[in-house]
Design a protein around this ligand. Sequence first.
Ligand SMILES: [Ca+2]
Ligand SMILES: [Ca+2]
Length: 173
Amino acid sequence: MINLTSRQTRRLMIRLGLAGLLALALRTSARFPGVEQRFVEEHLIDTGSLGLPTNGLIAAFGDFNGDQLLDLLHLSADQRTVSVWEWDRTKYSWVERQQARITTSSDFTIVNVVPGDFDYDGKLDLLLMGGDHPGGGWWGRDDSQLEMAVYLQGTNGTMSKPSHGLGSLKKCC
Ligand SMILES: [Ca+2]
Ligand SMILES: [Ca+2]
């Protein structure tokens, strides 16, 4: 058995403590980049289109089919077609619900898409805003008039425009 004086015991404890800190520091440094890298860079991952069209834009979001997965509302580049794209978790891709596609007449350019359940039946409907020459948006021109049209979702997922219109808004003064 080794007999240590209190001074030697204190030195030994300090050395053990320093050795422990050194070991901890070496172990911690392995978590930082450059020692044991799991990730090469930090940046957004290009996943491709995931089935979505490469032109136009995503105009709105909503759970269109009620499966609690967020779906996308795509507006075509000519601003005359709105299509519903549902997320398919098995394919890991967006799939268009073709029966829900809405194409407006040539005198209705869409400037806004507002999803909502407008008839309170539990199915998501669409309010389209636009016009023949909507200009620079809501307050774009003095003579601009904004038309609105509601499309209700049917039982089979189709979209239908009700026979009665919502009218229009016109900038005044
Ligand atoms: Ca959904
Ligand atoms: Ca509805």
